[in-house]
Structure formats: structure tokens, C-alpha cells
Design a binder for this molecule. Sequence first.
Ligand code: 6SB
Length: 323
Amino acid sequence: MCTAATYQTKDFYFGRTLDYEFSYGDEIVITPRNYQFDFRHRESLQSHYAMIGMAHVVGNDPLYYDAFNEKGLAMAGLNFVGNASYYDVEEGKENIAQFEFIPWILGTCATLDEAKKALSEMNLTNTPYSEQFPVAQLHWIIADKTGAITVEAMEDGMHVYENKVGVLTNNPPFNIQMFLLNQYMGLSPKQPENLFAKDIELNAYSRGMGAIGLPGDLSSSSRFAKVAFTKLHSVSGNSEAESVSQFFHILGSVDQQRGCCDVNGKYEITLYTSCCNAQKGIYYYTTYDNHQISAVDMTKEDLDSTELIKYEVIQGEHIFMQN
Ligand SMILES: C[C@H](CCC(=O)NCCS(=O)(=O)O)[C@H]1CC[C@H]2[C@@H]3CC[C@@H]4C[C@H](O)CC[C@]4(C)[C@H]3C[C@H](O)[C@]12C
């Protein structure tokens, strides 16, 4: 499973957890403006917006999981198994294969509004990348500082939802996730009052009791409610360090620890957590085994280049010994 969230302080932040039982081999990949993006059903893009994100690179193709571009538009793909459905190539539409979706949107759109327009002209095709990499069943969050949308291609058509909460997890479909939030409307970060029965003396014996009932399990709908509550009540200072720190705490509320989610004898864990300062071009991340925040700053690279720029994901705990 995975969780994605947006966050606004003085800058706009965007990130995700990637939870799985194994890694495909990920790298932080910068695609500079003049890297040639080839597409299966349309002509290549010779130049486009530069982007940075987490990708699995096959040959010279960055297969992005999540990324953002130099204009501050961000996008992430999360599992949507059993519900995702893509389409055959359709004449008269911009046919984009599922694995090309992030490069296409981030390469050509500067804002969320432009992304919405691109989506209305687009057909997301079921073209697999290769036999080794068949079509992944995903849905997406696309966001910038003005807001967020969820994109779900399903059997009954492509749904584009306004995502007012600015979070995404996995199943069920987004409209149902939003409906399920109704169950939690009574929860609050404040101490509860006794509305249960006024003739019975009930006391708030602990702090934090206003949110009793907020789920703590790792199912997708539970993580949706948990991370939404955490994000929507989040308070932090405006500085870069305070914002980034707080962002990792928001996604930390749905961290998956090895052992708690058994998938046939293997365990799904939070392989990495990312936090993008979409305005400053910085991709911060931690991994399951490396809690120190590492970062790659896209603006320090030659963004007019034609070649992918790749950084390995740094693993292993870096413990600061004080004596
Ligand atoms: C496994 C991940 C989702 C993790 C998740 O949500 N796990 C919960 C399981 S569950 O919720 O319980 O079901 C997803 C998220 C992004 C994906 C890549 C996107 C690019 C590319 C697309 C190609 O078409 C296929 C290969 C490709 C490299 C993809 C591999 C894999 O599919 C990735 C990593």
C-alpha cells in the first residue's frame, strides 16, 4: 500500500510512502529539459519541463512512481488493484500509455489547471511497457499549490475528482474513501465533552481522547482517515526544516513496520517516504533502514542537458554518536 499527501506552509510540499514487500530498484532521477521523451502512440517530446522523482530506470527510460516538475506540479501513482482499467488506443485523442502518464503530465503542464485540460484530451492506454513490466494497476494524485485532484481510470471511464483533503491511499475508489470520512466527523484534537450520558460522570482520563476511534490499522481506508486527520490538524513553523520535519511526521502516521502486514510470508513495509519542496526543486527522502533525511536538489544540476541524472537511494542507518 502507499499513502500520498500534500502540505502547505510557506512553500508547497508533496510526498508519498511507498509500501511493498520488495523493491524494484529505485533511483532519484532528474529528467532535464532536453532529454528526449519517446511515446508509444504519439511523437516524441524533444523539450519539456524538467522533473525529479523516484523511478525505476529501464534502459534509458525513467519509469516514475512519483515526481514533480520545475513549475511546482507534482504527481504520484499508487496501487489501485482490481479497480484500475485502461483503454484501447482511440483515434482523435492524445493516447498516453499508463507508464508514460507522469512524464506526459509533468513534462507538458505547468499548473494543475493545465493538467486538468490535458486530462480532458487524453486517453490512458493499456499498452504494457514490456513483457517484464506489464501494466501496473494504479491511480494518481496530481497537485500544485492551488489544490489536488485524483485520477482513476476504471471500467466505467476516467474519473477526475477534486481532492480537497489532499491525500490518497489505495482501494476503494476515491469517492468511497471520501464518503467513509463521514464516520469520523466527531473526532477532534481537543478533549471530548461528555455527550454520551450527562447523568453519568465520565472523565477525560488521558490526553488525546478526542480522536478515539481514529483507526490505527494498515488497511487503505484506515490509512486514508488517519493521514487525513493528521494532515488537516497539522501545525508547523514556516521554515524549511520545520516544514520538512512536520511533513515526515504526517506520513509517519501511516508508516508500515515489518511484521504487521503479512503478504504470504513476506512483509509489506514502508520502503521509502518522500517529501518534495515543489517550489524549491528539492526531493527529500528517508528509507525503511535510513531515517536520516537525504535530499537531491534539482536546481543544482544542468537542467538543459539531454541525459538523465541519477542518484542512488542511500540506505543504512546513519547514527550520530555523541560520545
Ligand atoms: C508496487 C508499487 C505500488 C506499491 C503499493 O501500492 N503496494 C500495495 C499493494 S496493495 O495496495 O495491497 O495492492 C507501484 C507504484 C508505482 C509502480 C511503478 C510505476 C512505473 C512502472 C509502470 C509499469 O507499468 C510497471 C513497472 C513500474 C516500474 C511500476 C512498478 C510498481 O507497480 C510500482 C512501483
